[in-house]
Write a protein that binds this ligand. Sequence first.
Ligand SMILES: [Zn+2]
Length: 394
Amino acid sequence: MKTRAEKIKQAIKETREKRKKQVCKVYQLKLQNLTDKDIERFNRLFLEAKWFYNYVIADLPNRLKYETYKLKEVEIKTPEGFERRELTIISSQMKQGILERTRDNLKALKSAKGNGSKVGKLNFKSEVNSIPLKQYGNTYEIFRGSNKVKIQGFKKKFRILGLHQIPENAEFANAYFVRKPSGFYIHVTCYLPKEQVINEIKEKQIDEPIGVDLGVKDQLTLSNGEKIRWQVPETKRLKRLQQSLARKKKGSKNYWKTLMKIRKEYEYITNKKRDFQNKAVALLKRFKFIAIQDDSIKGWQEGLFGKQVQNSGIGGITARLRNLATLIPEMVKFVPRFEPTTQTCSKCGHRQKISLSQRVFKCEKCGLEIDRDINSALVILKLGLGAGKENPAV
Ligand SMILES: [Zn+2]
């Protein structure tokens, strides 16, 4: 007979083996048709999550313990002194989730400190906007037939939007219940068979390699001449709202109103960026081989183009291509950042200076005349393919 501990150990081992053959993906599902009462109860839940979190943070050595999840009320500090707050909606597992996340954050802080970076401690929060939902089937459950989700602590099932993105055979794992200015969401992590994901990518591919130049002006230039201009400007509305906020009395009703509007605007911009990244990555994935310059943005971020680069969210693209490279290593090749790709002729390899204002590369040696970004993308492609030949394992 196996003991309980042995059984758990065995189960963990089996899951680990299974996960090796899977990839994980996060999907965002929006809760729909919410009544005022639903929203009120959700807000209460997030409020309780905040009370619980701040209670733990106030005395970490004594409160960051497994048993803390059993508490049905907590003491919080108010300007009038300590007051007791009842936890009526938040479930035990949600509390456990918050404790675990706090533990993980502490660990991350400690290891960051070890790396020599300056970091503070965990702070009290004025809002908690995400609650871990640990075990599928327990803290939450998805009903595909009716497009609904059940959340622990709520009798009613809620309609969700976005389920169609998730393949039928996806395995639901942990999730987060998330509050945003635009509404309430479930961010669910799903596991999919690796083989299936790889095959889906490969089925749509054309047998052609592509080089990618991450520029400033046209943003994304491909070696085949395609350009994706995709800057998300910091909207005028946001600037206006920020100016207006500065004039409002902190803590006043109008101050909060404006702050909410600003948050909504930020969410809108973030969504726009993500849309662009999705589109760009989907486009690139169609090619059998992608060559791109490694971290080419890092240098810019500190320099002249920082703002534009941040706005376009290019970092998101390289990060996602890095993920793709772990899934299908032969598909993505990162070319070293220090390669002077803009100064190199894509036809003959001659190097010459080219100023930022020169949009056309005119080779002094072979006479090639070509758009500077397309030239750079072609050089990156050549480098990517060449490096691949030297080291067949790559
Ligand atoms: Zn040339």
